[in-house]
Design a protein around this ligand. Structure first.
Ligand code: SF4
Length: 116
């Protein structure tokens, strides 16, 4: 006899968010005690709701004692979704693009300095 299929629970956070991890800085994460759905978008979230949710998540990040550790972790992974370290996924992509551009320009800068 077939068993009924359990509905998939809509977990608001993927298991890798700081609030769910045990690591050197994760235990101090301010998001551990905050609303679970704040940091990741539910499916088909309207733009206005997303902007409001992200601002609220960023407010939690702004008072987080491990914001810089979290941000760097999210940039290095890189974490593709959600608010981490006070930055949205789109903002992290901008930071990463700037870093890549800076790194690409370094050798040229070195050449110019050597020639001067
Ligand atoms: S910076 Fe934000 S996402 Fe990162 S641990 Fe702190 S509250 Fe959580």
């Amino acid at each position: 006899m077939l068993q009924p299929i359990e509905p998939v629970k809509d977990t608001a956070l993927p298991p890798s968010h700081p609030r769910d991890l045990a690591g050197p800085w994760h235990s101090e994460a301010a998001c551990r005690s905050d609303e679970a759905g704040l940091f990741f978008a539910p499916s088909k979230e309207p733009t206005a709701a997303r902007l409001s949710r992200e601002e609220n998540a960023k407010r939690v990040c702004a008072r987080c004692p491990v914001m810089l550790e979290c941000r760097e972790h999210a940039l290095r992974q890189p974490e593709p979704y959600g608010v981490w370290g006070g930055l949205t996924a789109a903002e992290r992509r901008v930071v990463l693009a700037r870093r890549r551009r800076r790194e690409a320009e370094l050798p040229r800068t070195d050449r110019i300095a050597a020639a001067g």
